[in-house]
Design a protein around this ligand. Sequence first.
Ligand code: FE2
Ligand code: FE2
Length: 190
Amino acid sequence: MQSEARTLMKELREDHRNMSIVLELLDGVVEHASSGKDPDFELLDEIMRYMTVYPDAVHHPKEDIMYAQLRDQRPDLAEGGLDSVLDDHNEIAALGSALRDEIEAINAGAAVRRQKLIEDVSGYVNRLRSHMAWEERDLFKRIDTMLDDEPQEFDVAKFEHIKDPVFELEIEAGFRRLLSSLKQAGQPTG
Ligand SMILES: [Fe+2]
Ligand SMILES: [Fe+2]
């Protein structure tokens, strides 16, 4: 099944808004841990699990399809940095799963220095935030230009059925802590 490109772009921008909200929760965790307190490890665990099952597994692969089409259809718009976006996605996924493993190990009783955890979480937040800012400021605009010139479709059929488990489905069982933190922060989900 083909997906109308403008609808897909709207969804990708919506994903960014949702990811930014989750990154703000991570800022809160860093702030809390930096003041010498123990962070909410259950929340951290749910956040990193969410990042690996939705943004890394669905959002970035959808973008990869879109960037491949840009390269194919409009090589004139595909210069200047576009080549590094795939590596960026892979590196963000690797950072995210390393962080998820670190938090799982802590929850299983491993001793990890608080300072190391703070550095790893802030490194992850900064990396993902600057990646999204680059896409919005530059890459998404190139896609908009391509679509303004000629409407087209992206084939994202293999991801079509996968919903965001937190913002679209509100799966209480797996993300109870994350959902309640979002509600406390006044963020609408579902
Ligand atoms: Fe991306
Ligand atoms: Fe993105």
